[in-house]
Design a protein around this ligand. Structure first.
Ligand code: FES
Length: 167
């Protein structure tokens, strides 16, 4: 076997391997993408869920629990969420997430006697004003998340809780 034959054979091997690999990748990519798609897709299309009737609301924050359908990859489940909801002076309905922005404990309304009419987080004494703004000098560095909300036929619908900019 001459040196030229070997290099010709090698060239053929490399070419066939390259073309074969390219074709295999072309066939496998759609399958891999189909398999991973639910994981890579962001769950941003959360539907609004009816939480309460408008008559239930006052200017005092009240906690409401509601269930949403959550899709985690291929797994779908019912998840209970909570919101602190009240009517602002201008008539706007404010729906705040109860998840503390420090380390994720649950905040309560008006439970700290030395700081009335504030949201209070018992874990590290975090505080928020009524509109969810974090009180400076306490542990949380950002305001409470606010739910997307909509009023329809006398009912309050809530969607996804979204973060706001820190104080
Ligand atoms: S988790 Fe709320 S203050 Fe730390």
């Amino acid at each position: 076997m001459s040196k030229e034959d070997i290099s010709r054979r090698q060239f053929l091997n490399y070419t066939l391997t390259g073309v074969g690999g390219f074709m295999a990748a072309g066939m496998l990519m759609p399958m891999v993408r189909f398999a991973l798609d639910p994981i890579l897709k962001e769950g941003s299309d959360q539907k609004l869920v009816a939480v309460t009737s408008i008559e239930e609301l006052s200017n005092e924050p009240k906690r409401f629990d509601f269930k949403i359908k959550q899709k985690d990859g291929w797994y779908e489940s019912d998840v209970t969420q909570s919101a602190w909801v009240y009517k602002a002076k201008n008539g706007d309905i404010i729906a705040l997430s109860p998840i503390c922005k420090h380390l994720g404990c649950t905040v309560d309304w008006n439970t700290d006697p030395s700081h009335p009419n504030q949201f209070f987080c018992p874990c590290h004494l975090g505080r928020y004003t009524k509109d969810g703004t974090n009180v400076k000098g306490t542990a949380p560095l950002a305001p409470l998340d606010v739910y997307d909300s909509q009023v329809k036929d006398g009912k309050l619908y809530l969607g996804k809780a979204k973060p706001r900019k820190g104080a």
